[in-house]
Write a protein that binds this ligand. Structure first.
Ligand SMILES: C=CC1=C(C)c2cc3[nH]c(cc4nc(cc5[nH]c(cc1n2)c(C)c5CCC(=O)O)C(CCC(=O)O)=C4C)c(C)c3C=C
Ligand code: FE2
Ligand code: FE2
Length: 366
């Protein structure tokens, strides 16, 4: 058992912590940073579910010898001066959400950003919240649709860390928010705003990150969550059924994944001479390699080269005010009751008075 942080925090106000968790990103768009990142990512048993004796040689002999260079080149196309978009946007989201939650719950709310792979780590985030006095922590993976590979993996790591602490905090979890009305409305708003700038496309494509078909068949709810998000947004937009479609992007490896594949669908629509196409990626809370490069560059080129007309990528919700408002509503829904904590300052004052009057070895630490 680890003593963990937060052993002696009686003198601090009772904090409410929110840990936003996203996937992670390499430290730099270089082959060596990508090798480190991909090794951690692709060693996760929830990401690649093959038996280790089969996967390990493939990972080390083939994937990690070729992919880092290729992926580094892709990351260089989207890298910002301040760093990886996913991380830069994530920091803004954490800051914006903290401000909104403080308006509602008071100054004792702390929001931190953590990454499942790389830094800032989940362990770091949890320890920081604890040392800020958060005895109550909401784990909030930024994946609207639950998948074992993403949400499940993030929660597993957080639970594993917390399970080793002496003083385990009260924990709540956002396991998914794929059908939360505020999230659905924010997505619909973002589409409407695009349509106001330039007329709606002939089709609206909802492109979600794929997962292996085997994960779906084993009971992962991800596919169903994606379908429901798309249907709710289409309903909100009053879009007829023949104007929208769902597809899955970013296939990795040779096993079958969810279908249709985004790149195949947009190429097919290009060949059919579709005049205009809008693409929304509701599964990504922040823009990243998979949206900025794969959709807005690679899929655009595929559509245009196949003969398609105008291609528009509608950005992720990122730090849009209505997105932060939605995250705040989702978090607040899980924090109900937490605001009515007992008056701890009074409790602590009496405790410290008692310790001063009844000294014991080590009492100075309280
Ligand atoms: C190996 C299998 C993979 C599964 C399963 C998978 C699921 C999954 N991923 C996301 C979100 C993101 N993935 C990102 C990058 C990325 N994903 C995989 C592989 C799997 N993902 C790889 C190898 C990579 C790295 C990039 C590359 O080399 O191609 C990202 C982008 C991170 C960034 O820094 O920009 C995100 C976000 C979801 C939501 C998901 C399952 C639902
Ligand atoms: Fe991925
Ligand atoms: Fe990709």
């Amino acid at each position: 058992m680890s003593n963990g942080p937060g052993g002696f925090t009686h003198s601090q106000p009772e904090g409410l912590g929110v840990l936003l968790i996203n996937l992670g990103t390499p430290e730099a768009p270089t082959p060596s940073a990508l090798r480190r990142y991909l090794r951690e990512f692709l060693s996760d048993r929830r990401v690649v579910e093959l038996p280790r004796w089969r996967w390990w040689p493939i990972l080390h002999l083939f994937v990690l010898t070729t992919r880092p260079r290729r992926s580094a080149a892709l990351y260089r196309r989207i890298w910002w001066e301040e760093g990886s978009p996913l991380l830069v946007i994530g920091r803004r989201q954490a800051q914006g959400l903290q401000a909104l939650l403080r308006e509602r719950w008071g100054p004792q709310v702390w929001v931190r950003l953590a990454m499942r792979y790389g830094n800032p780590s989940i362990r770091q985030g949890l320890r920081e919240l604890s040392s800020l006095g958060c005895r109550r922590v909401l784990l909030f993976p930024l994946y609207p649709q639950y998948a074992s590979a993403t949400t499940g993996s993030s929660l597993e790591v957080a639970f594993r860390e917390l399970a080793r602490w002496r003083w385990v905090p009260e924990v709540r979890v956002v396991a998914s928010y794929h059908d939360h009305p505020a999230y659905v409305k924010a997505l619909a708003n973002s589409v409407r705003e695009s349509w106001q700038r330039e007329a709606p496309g002939e089709k609206l494509l909802f492109s979600f990150h794929g997962i292996p078909l085997a994960a779906f068949l084993a009971g992962d709810p991800y596919f169903c969550h994606c379908q429901k998000t798309a249907r709710l947004v289409a309903e909100e937009l009053e879009l007829p059924r023949d104007r929208w479609e769902v597809a899955f992007q970013s296939k990795f490896g040779r096993d079958p994944w969810l279908e249709p594949a985004t790149i195949e669908l947009v190429s097919q629509w290009g060949r059919q001479g579709l005049s205009s196409l809008d693409v929304l990626c509701p599964g990504f809370a922040a823009d990243c390699l998979e949206t900025l490069e794969e959709i807005a560059m690679t899929n655009r080129e595929a559509f245009l080269h196949a003969g398609g007309g105008r291609f528009r990528y509608i950005p992720a919700l990122n730090d849009r005010p209505d997105h932060l408002q939605a995250l705040s509503e989702i978090a607040s829904g899980h924090m109900a009751g937490w605001g009515e904590a007992a008056d701890v300052s009074e409790r602590e004052r009496r405790f410290r008075e008692f310790v001063a009057a009844n000294p014991f070895p080590g009492a100075e630490r309280f």
